[in-house]
Design a protein around this ligand. Sequence first.
Ligand SMILES: O=P(O)(O)OC[C@H]1O[C@](O)(CO)[C@@H](O)[C@@H]1O
Length: 553
Amino acid sequence: MAPTNTLPAWSELQAHRDDIAKNFVLKEAFASDADRFNKFSRTFKSDGISADILFDFSKNFLTNETLDLLVKLADEAGVERKRDAMFRGDKINFTENRAVYHTALRNVGGWEMKVEGQDVMNGPNGVNSVLQHMKEFSEQVRSGEWVGYTGKKLTNIVNVGIGGSDLGPVMVTEALKHYGAPDMTLHFVSNIDGTHMAEALKASDPETTLFLIASKTFTTAETITNANTAKSWFIEKTSGKGDVAKHFVALSTNEEEVTKFGIDKANMFGFESWVGGRYSVWSAIGLSVALYVGYDNFHKFLAGAHAMDKHFRETPLRDNIPVIGGLLGVWYADFFQAQTRLVAPFDQYLHRFAAYLQQLSMESNGKAITSDGSSAKYTTGSILFGEPCTNAQHSFFQLVHQGTKLIPADFILAAKSHNPIHDNLHQKMLASNYFAQAEALMVGKTDDQLRAEGTPEELIPHKRFLGNRPTTSILVGDVIGPAELGALIAYYEHLTFVEGAVWDINSFDQWGVELGKVLAKKILKELDEPGNGEGHDASTGGLIGAFKSFAKI
Ligand SMILES: O=P(O)(O)OC[C@H]1O[C@](O)(CO)[C@@H](O)[C@@H]1O
């Protein structure tokens, strides 16, 4: 396609942006249009999910004309065509020659889904058969029918995986803790830092521990090293009597490596190469979720995501919620030079949500090369960060309110708490902060207001809030249950897709993580050889030498 910044809508947006930047004051836009909230909010409703989710985009730099132009840009960039290609199973991950088909994993609606003419849902290794295996296994473990080598129920789950084979399962099991089996303890070991595994093993009893070795490729150095350490520990602790087949299962696409590791292929939960790591929580990689919250809840989680898929697939662009979210991402990044996006859930259960979204967003759209191999002449992927509120307010929100950078923010709140303790006071305080932060960021505080409060003149510049800082407020109409969580994650997946489609980059590869891996492999060998390694710059060589001398290696 023609470079995105040469599309007609791009220059129209640029001209429009100059106008908006000069004249657009959010609070005045509300004052002059009583209908603004209705105009720019969208409610996500679906049969697949009992609660409505309200997406309020009205506190963004948006007018009718902005939305028209952004939709025009999406049209010209072929967002719908690219979306349809994804749902058709085309190989849109063109640098790896793969389809991008995580939507098939949650296809509870019975869509026909094929890759290279092959039905991916049915058949011996199809999505439905893996789901059935996950259902049976999770039910057997939860009921105590599947026991360890001494006949004890397995209640301690250790998931060994990194990146997408860790972040999704951690985030989702934390988010759904309310639904978790009370007798089950979960550990997620990802880091190659031995401390991570050592601490998990310290808290584990081999008789009751189930290891899930989660790796799409089953070649990731950290995961395989951690898995081997876990296996040695298990064999040693059980004096060789422990039955690996009962205590180790694999979640992977690579049967050969799984078998080499010593896991019976009957205990392997497979998926296909068209599932990207950061999109894999819906696949066998989500087994820890099914074990912890039960298969029915896992199924609801899939159903919530499918409901969002349906909305994304079928809704015209102007009302399409992830499309609006993605276009706003482009709008701020490319036309307002916003470098970051803040996602702050007002929900303690979502305390790993931003960490999860960091991989989703930054591994997907941290690319500078477009589909024809040329460099993008515009800004792409934003830096995503976040923490749950109200904690974040007492930490980095100072910069969001009064710093020099524009930081568009998403705030997420559930109308109902799973823990309405103290007569729901906590939830009401949480909600009041959710409303107050977005309002404060928008309305700011003027010098006149400060003066009226008696602020000394010399403090006025310090206490002034310029306001006019955009937010998107997402309000879940009930508690955040499995289906609502599924829909929220799918919203961000599709938002990321839309951004990547407009930027004309491949949101589905991750070559940028390779170089460091290769260098680390070489240096690992050098640590056991004399000297400071071969061919390094003076700093790297010097550091290697200092490490060896400090650590007496
Ligand atoms: O599941 P695997 O193959 O072990 O990969 C783990 C992670 O490593 C990455 O490839 C990045 O290094 C991610 O994309 C992926 O989620």
